[in-house]
Design a protein around this ligand. Structure first.
Ligand code: FMN
Length: 212
């Protein structure tokens, strides 16, 4: 499969007019590769943020949706990434699809999703994950694992299976509106294809080919 994509490459002519449509094609192919056991969690992406002094930090999260507006993930707003995004909305995303010799790199800005959208997604999560969102003060130092497990058990007693769990106020989605989206296709002899869309002020997209 990797060899197939390497041989095919990525041409300007075959590229969709809009990056989210091109992403849809590639994500579909990554998802099909996942069904065949060739890659895991095609929706796992590395999110990089930076604090107000420009110091970067990265972590993996699961992309839970995408459309013409951008990419959505869910997290704790009080976490390190949540706080950094509140102070500095500039963000980068990386989809590392190594088994098919591809990566997608996004730069853009992150904005919180509306509470309705967050609540709709929260309700689709398994009961245990809903409790987990309450139990974890993500990114804070805790004295032991026991503290976490006790908090989880207490929540389980308060909201038994089948009971509605409210959406934690400190938890929700971010939507990343892309400014640039690069599609990277590994090729032989390190002569990789890199096609990058850049948003123009009038809403159209320019495509540039970058040297590998
Ligand atoms: C495969 C994978 C998926 C993950 N998905 C999420 C996610 O969707 N949301 C989230 O908040 N953390 C997720 N995490 C945990 C994050 O990587 C990270 O540890 C956590 O969000 C705290 O990050 P921060 O302290 O930099 O804010 C995931 C980790 C892995 C390895």
């Amino acid at each position: 499969m990797r060899a197939h994509y390497r041989a095919e490459g990525l041409d300007e002519e075959e590229l969709a007019d809009r990056p989210m449509d091109q992403f849809d094609r590639w994500f579909g192919e990554a998802a099909r590769a996942a069904v065949r056991g060739l890659l895991y969690e095609p929706n796992a992406m590395v999110v990089s943020t930076a604090d107000t002094e420009g110091r970067p930090s990265s972590r993996t999260v699961l992309m839970k949706g995408y459309d013409t507006r951008g990419f959505v993930f869910y997290t704790n707003y009080d976490s390190r990434k949540g706080r950094e995004l509140a102070a500095n909305p500039h963000v980068s995303l990386l989809f590392p699809w190594h088994p098919v010799a591809r990566q997608v790199l996004v730069t853009g800005t992150a904005r919180r999703t509306g509470r309705e959208e967050t609540a709709a997604y929260f309700r689709t999560r398994p009961h245990g994950s809903r409790l987990g969102a309450w139990a974890s003060a993500q990114s804070t130092v805790i004295p032991s694992r026991e503290v976490l497990e006790t908090a989880y058990e207490d929540l389980g007693a308060r909201y038994p299976e089948g009971e509605q769990v409210p959406v934690p106020p400190h938890w929700g989605g971010f939507r990343v509106t892309p400014h640039t989206v690069e599609f990277w296709q590994g090729r032989a002899d390190r002569l990789h294809d890199r096609l990058r869309y850049t948003a123009a002020p009038d809403g159209t997209w320019r495509v540039d080919r970058l040297s590998p």
